[in-house]
Design a protein. Structure first.
Length: 192
């Protein structure tokens, strides 16, 4: 088992990354190693609706050239657990994260459901509001890709604006901790 966390925040080492790293640490504590990808360090262009991924079926996105999609997508396919995190931007996930998820979803589905039955789930942080919609937006991506998402003690959302403020949200941190525990428990049950 191996986990991959994808941080959709353009802010390096910000609140979203703090939550994802906490989740990865919880998994590592249960014997599941993982890595973090910062989309801030990668360019992933949006889907152009060309439909070539459905025609070519070679685990690629032949309609868009010159970006980092292929490398990030390959890591997603290799992972057993995929976590995504986003701050709330005007009531939704960041455009760079959605560009990745839109293209990854199309390519995965065109190639026989490459994410089917992988584990994972979203983590969302905002200054004040919008977490529930963004959490649901990201959760829809997991559901349409036939993935398995365990619950937690609450939705995987937290509050914070300035870097590190999320660490003051005790309930949000406890929710992420429980989510990581449930992911590890479920991974153990499925492997058993």
């Amino acid at each position: 088992m191996r986990a991959l966390a994808i941080c959709g925040s353009p802010r390096k080492e910000g609140n979203t990354e703090i939550l994802l790293r906490r989740c990865l640490a919880g998994l590592a504590g249960q014997g599941i190693p993982g890595d973090l990808i910062r989309l801030a360090e990668h360019e992933v262009k949006p889907c152009t609706a060309c439909g070539k991924c459905g025609q070519v079926k070679d685990r690629s996105c032949p309609g868009v050239d010159g970006d980092d999609f292929a490398a990030v997508f390959a890591r997603m396919v290799e992972a057993d657990i995929i976590l995504v995190g986003s701050p709330v931007y005007f009531g939704s996930a960041t455009p760079n994260l959605m560009a990745l998820l839109d293209r990854a979803g199309y390519v995965a589905r065109a190639n026989g459901g490459l994410f089917s039955r992988k584990l994972g789930g979203p983590v969302v942080v905002a200054r004040r509001a919008g977490q529930n919609f963004t959490f649901a937006q990201l959760l829809f991506w997991y559901m349409i890709n036939d993935m398995v998402v365990p619950g937690s003690s609450y939705w995987n959302v937290s509050f914070g604006r300035q870097v590190g403020e999320v660490e003051n949200d005790a309930e949000g941190l406890a929710t992420v901790d429980r989510f990581a525990q449930n992911l590890a428990w479920l991974a153990g049950k499925l492997a058993g």
